[in-house]
Design a protein around this ligand. Structure first.
Ligand code: CDP
Ligand code: MG
Length: 136
């Protein structure tokens, strides 16, 4: 059964800063994920804290929110067959050191915090995250 889904992707400050936006977008489109919406924005630390509030009890939460708001990011709605899991596979493991060859994080990630991309981890969270950035 075909299941066309949407998911949220973010190109994080480390990758925007290194001009990797087009390279990363190419990986999505070559793997059958359409970029339905895309915008470059610079969010505040409060907005980042709201976006990542699921991680509020984690030791890395404060640094994570400071980091996501430290420079421009590109937020996108990706659409395609099993888009949530397809995007997660293309991203690779959270820590670039553990990511498989040719994944975005293996190719471009610098460290566990500067790992170049965010992707929704479930259909439910994808809906919430798309709403957060695109349905104001
Ligand atoms: O992004 P992903 O869903 O793969 O990982 P997560 O567990 O949801 O964590 C969110 C983000 O927090 C990661 O992408 C990392 O940038 C950051 N993080 C960190 O800085 N240190 C950790 N030990 C774990 C995550
Ligand atoms: Mg996550």
């Amino acid at each position: 059964m075909s299941s066309i889904e949407q998911t949220l992707s973010i190109i994080k400050p480390d990758a925007v800063e290194r001009s990797l936006v087009d390279n990363i977008k190419d990986i999505f489109t070559k793997n059958n994920l359409k970029i339905k919406e895309s915008k470059k924005i610079h969010i505040s630390k409060d907005e980042a804290s709201e976006f990542y509030k699921v991680h509020q009890s984690k030791p890395f939460y404060n640094d994570l929110c400071a980091y996501l708001s430290s420079g421009p990011i590109v937020v996108m709605i990706l659409e395609g067959e099993s888009a949530v899991i397809t995007n997660r596979k293309l991203m690779g493991a959270t820590n670039p050191k553990d990511a498989e060859e040719n994944t975005i994080r293996k190719l471009y990630g610098i460290s566990i915090d500067k790992n170049s991309v965010h992707g929704s981890d479930s259909i439910e969270n994808a809906k919430k995250e798309i709403e957060f950035f695109f349905k104001n």
